[in-house]
Design a protein around this ligand. Structure first.
Ligand code: FAD
Length: 335
């Protein structure tokens, strides 16, 4: 499917089945604000314009060059397709992930028969190759590795640009469980997809508090926060690991979940920077940027989100001993 998107100065032809095209789009999307990104994604066919209801005041906060009426028009467009695991939630949005997961799991159908399946192309090959390998059955043990594509699913970029339907991914894991093996690892992949789901639905309830300094704790505080570039952080950071993270982010637009957590901890605890500036930096540099997962995770680590344990601190020396005992990550990315 070749789609040509034309919007003000933006003209882009996209074949979403081609990986190179997806990467190009991911990079391109970074120059747009979250509203525009969701609008563009909605045109690709797999994602929905669910970011923010333009009739709410959230719109005021994140308003970009797209006119209000245009947003409303596209919100009703036939292109919009829900790619979530539920069309609407058959239960109330809970306050925390565990409660959400328990409810979600009892309501999840065994199989999403209405899922849109990928026909052919590079993305299908990527998924086929992942599910042909033993990686899904080892995910629980490998998911904290700092490197190695076989150690993670690599679903996030596909999901963030709307190139794959999350229900397709859920089905593929279920197929693997039926045909190959069902274990803690396959459960954990679904568990992680539910985390993503949780942030989406949780956002629907909390809305713009996701962008407030005090998060869910209140009161609302939208005082402007400083914006940093990777170069700015290189000037003030004193940790080799953080330099490695910055280099990886700069070169690939990616960091693993573990290094994202370290980075956020260093950002808030060691550099004493505003968590919203960190979320904003990720928003600009991550190729898998997703508004709900990004702001939800930052808020969580800052201790103003859904984590009841308060602000998280990671001792980087200890973490490196545990997760990079032979300094492979540092050798690859610290220079
Ligand atoms: C500070 C911070 C910011 C983040 N920002 C983003 C973001 O902008 N976009 C994004 O997609 N993920 C974000 N994450 C979550 C997670 O780090 C990435 O989804 C994951 O590293 C992507 O690699 P993968 O696809 O190989 O994931 P895997 O580890 O293989 O996980 C499988 C899938 O589960 C979901 N998932 C896994 N962990 C999480 C999580 N903690 N929260 C929500 N969903 C999760 C993702 O869809 C992921 O693709 C962030 C995490 C942190 C700590």
């Amino acid at each position: 499917m070749e789609i040509c998107l034309v919007e003000s100065n933006f003209i882009f032809a996209l074949d979403w089945r081609k990986k190179a095209s997806c990467r190009k789009l991911a990079v391109h999307l970074k120059s747009f604000n979250p509203f525009q990104r969701e609008w563009i994604k909605s045109h690709i066919g797999f994602d929905s314009f669910d970011l923010i209801d333009p009739s709410t005041s959230d719109f005021q906060y994140y308003a970009g060059p797209l006119a209000h009426r245009e947003l409303l028009r596209f919100k009703n467009s036939q292109w919009l397709a829900q790619n979530r695991l539920f069309k609407s939630l058959p239960f109330k949005v809970n306050e925390n992930f565990t409660a959400f997961r328990k409810q979600a799991e009892t309501h999840l159908p065994d199989y999403f028969s209405d899922v849109i399946t990928l026909e052919k192309g590079v993305i299908k090959e990527q998924l086929d190759s992942y599910f042909r390998s033993s990686s899904p059955s080892l995910y629980f043990e490998t998911r904290n590795s700092l490197m190695g594509k076989e150690n993670r699913t690599d679903f996030s970029t596909l999901l963030s640009i709307g190139a794959v339907d999350v229900r397709e991914l859920w089905n593929r894991v279920s197929d693997y469980e039926r045909d190959v093996t069902k274990n803690k690892s396959t459960y954990w992949i679904k568990f992680e997809l539910l985390w993503r789901e949780f942030f989406f639905w949780h956002y629907q309830k909390w809305g713009r508090q996701y962008f407030s300094l005090n998060g869910l704790k209140g009161p609302l505080d939208f005082t402007p926060f400083p914006k940093y570039s990777l170069e700015d952080i290189k000037k003030i950071a004193k940790s080799d690991v953080i330099f490695a993270c910055l280099n990886e982010l700069e070169n690939t637009g990616y960091m693993t979940n573990r290094t994202r957590q370290w980075f956020a901890s260093y950002w808030m605890n060691d550099l004493s920077l505003d968590w919203r500036s960190g979320a904003d930096l990720f928003e600009r540099y991550l190729v898998d940027y997703d508004v709900f997962s990004n702001w939800g995770n930052w808020m969580y680590l800052a201790g103003v989100g859904v984590d009841p344990r308060g602000k998280r601190y990671f001792n980087l020396d200890k973490q490196m001993q545990m997760y990079d005992p032979h300094s492979n990550y540092l050798k690859r990315w610290y220079y």
